[in-house]
Design a binder for this molecule. Structure first.
Ligand SMILES: [Zn+2]
Length: 77
């Protein structure tokens, strides 16, 4: 597993490491047979931009996760 990507939005408090399996690397080697293992949550970026001025509000609610120790905890909306 390679190192996590650098934050493409440095200083943006709404940017967070992709918590859905790629852990910030942007790739999921065990999905190499699907789209070359590119994480489909962060589209290979390793980072996701949460709610903020950079992304217009969408009707669908987005779940946010925060890393606490070794666990992922859902951030209350
Ligand atoms: Zn990802």
């Amino acid at each position: 597993m390679r190192d996590p990507n650098q934050n493409p939005w440095p200083g943006n408090p709404n940017a967070y490491e992709c918590p859905w399996g790629c852990n910030g690397t942007g790739s999921m080697p065990w999905f190499a047979h699907i789209q070359g293992g590119v994480c489909f949550h962060c589209h290979g970026q390793g980072w996701i931009l949460g709610r903020g001025p950079a992304t217009p509000a969408k009707p669908r609610q987005r779940r946010q996760w925060r890393r606490v120790g070794s666990q992922l905890v859902e951030v209350a909306q």
